[in-house]
Design a protein around this ligand. Structure first.
Ligand SMILES: *Cc1c(COP(=O)(O)O)cnc(C)c1O
Length: 448
């Protein structure tokens, strides 16, 4: 159990150490209690309970030290127990925990908005609003775009993921498990083809975009579209990086028809890809950008940031929420953003990406089931197929992930066909630990 005499979690030994089988006896006991207390509808990747975490490891309740290649789904970009976050959060929690920004505002909220307006793409005048989760940010971005344009249609893409609330389920592509049995879904959502280079054969980014644009023109009409909503690199859909020119063609179409172009950077944002935001790799400046996950080291915070004329067009009181921009979450965000800037985490993400791609490329030469290696920075994935084909192999993917878990390496899967293993380590992971994790991944293919 946590003991105040322990050294800070940020100084945990950076090692993989298995002292029991996984899950160990205390995790098994907690799993039993979980089954009796927690809804079975809440998913689970690993039956191992965390006790402390920092750098690139998570230490479980049995004393096993696991290598973290998932960052709690792209959240702990600055690492768990990052001292800059811990210090600011501890100070804030002792000062006050909540007043509601809409009732009695506080500086932290304003400072986070200033930072967002500064680090997001484009040097135009910007405003931000803060919320609690990625889904809530996406919902609000759609509300804002509809109100600003006085139009209703929202365009999304194949393989897209935008959350689990009613509107964001409608925006999300994949039925099982996100939407199954949960309808009816919100109307006026239109799904377009996505550029997916590994599966698109010879078709270029602009070519796939022209299919989407032609569909938009014919099936909706450009002048009826409020927003084009897209992840510049898709997360849950399989770390799909659209071919060059795809995003730019959509951006141009949006400009031409007065459509609000929304980049959902909830997963790809905040140094994950080696730039502050993934759309910068393509030189895209969105009208609105949604952020969450990496923003505040795990404290619940999300944001919509964008053009001042759009953000300020909303009637007073139209945006908000009881907890949105909670002061402790804002303190964590300011500590995280400070760490990203001072510790140059964009450079670190690029270095991690180089290690990942080099090692995975080497691995793929021996493992024909690795069909594709893709992503940017510390957001890299492998797509697993039947050798020599493009046919997904979700069974092998699951077996590989389970074999990694059994050896104390936390990896996550994703993809519309469940055949993608994604690597998104905390940017505080040491190289040696990352490489050891990848050795375990290679061994897992043999075991599976
Ligand atoms: C995770 C995610 C969301 C939803 O965020 P929550 O905080 O889980 O509501 C939305 N969009 C993208 C791209 C995501 O990866």
């Amino acid at each position: 159990m946590t003991d105040t005499l322990l050294p800070p979690a940020s100084t945990l030994p950076q090692e993989r150490r298995l002292v029991t089988e996984l899950p160990g006896p205390r995790s098994r006991e907690l799993m039993q209690r979980r089954v009796g207390a927690v809804s079975a509808g809440v998913g689970g990747t690993m039956p191992v309970f965390a006790e402390r975490a920092g750098g690139g490891v998570i230490v479980d309740v049995d004393g096993n030290s696991l290598i973290d290649l998932g960052s709690g789904i792209a959240v702990n970009t600055v690492g768990n127990a990052n001292p800059r976050v811990v210090e600011r959060v501890q100070r804030q929690v002792a000062d006050f925990t909540h007043t509601c920004f809409m009732v009695t505002p506080y500086a932290g909220y304003v400072e986070v908005c200033e930072a967002l307006n500064r680090v997001t793409p484009g040097d135009h005048d910007k405003r931000s609003a803060l919320f609690n989760s990625g889904a809530e940010a996406v919902e609000n971005a759609v509300k804002i775009a509809r109100s600003f344009t006085k139009r209703q249609a929202v365009v999304v893409f194949d393989h897209g993921y935008h959350g689990r609330t009613n509107l964001t389920m409608a925006l999300t592509a994949k039925s099982m498990p996100y939407k199954h049995n949960f309808g009816p879904f919100a109307p006026e959502v239109y799904r377009m083809p996505m550029s997916y280079p590994y599966h698109d054969g010879p078709h270029s980014g602009p070519e796939v975009a022209s299919w989407a644009i032609s569909k938009m023109d014919k099936e909706i009409g450009g002048s009826s579209i409020a927003a084009i909503l897209i992840e510049p690199i898709q997360g849950e859909g399989g770390f799909i990086v659209p071919a060059p020119g795809f995003l730019q063609a959509l951006r141009d179409y949006a400009t031409q028809h007065g459509i609000v172009f929304i980049a959902d950077e909830v997963q790809s944002g905040f140094c994950r890809t080696g730039k502050w935001f993934a759309c910068e790799h393509e030189g895209i400046v969105p009208d609105l950008i949604t952020t969450a996950k990496g923003i505040a080291a795990g404290l619940p915070l999300a944001a919509v940031t964008g053009r001042a004329d759009i953000m300020d067009s909303i009637h007073v009181g139209g945006l908000g929420g009881t907890y949105g921009g909670n002061p402790i979450a804002c303190a964590a965000a300011l500590g995280s953003i400070e760490s990203m800037e001072v510790d140059d985490l964009n450079a670190r993400a690029q270095a991690i990406g180089d290690i990942l791609v080099t090692r995975l490329t080497d691995m793929a030469a021996r493992i024909p089931a690795i069909g594709d290696i893709r992503g940017r920075g510390a957001m890299i994935a492998i797509e697993i197929v039947k050798p020599g084909t493009l046919t997904p192999d979700p069974d092998l993917t699951q077996r590989v992930a389970k074999a990694c878990h059994a050896e104390g390496v936390i990896v996550l899967t994703c993809g519309t066909y469940g055949n993608v293993v994604r690597f998104l380590p905390p940017l505080t992971i040491p190289d040696s630990l990352l490489l050891e994790g990848l050795d375990v991944v290679e061994a897992a293919f043999s075991a599976a």
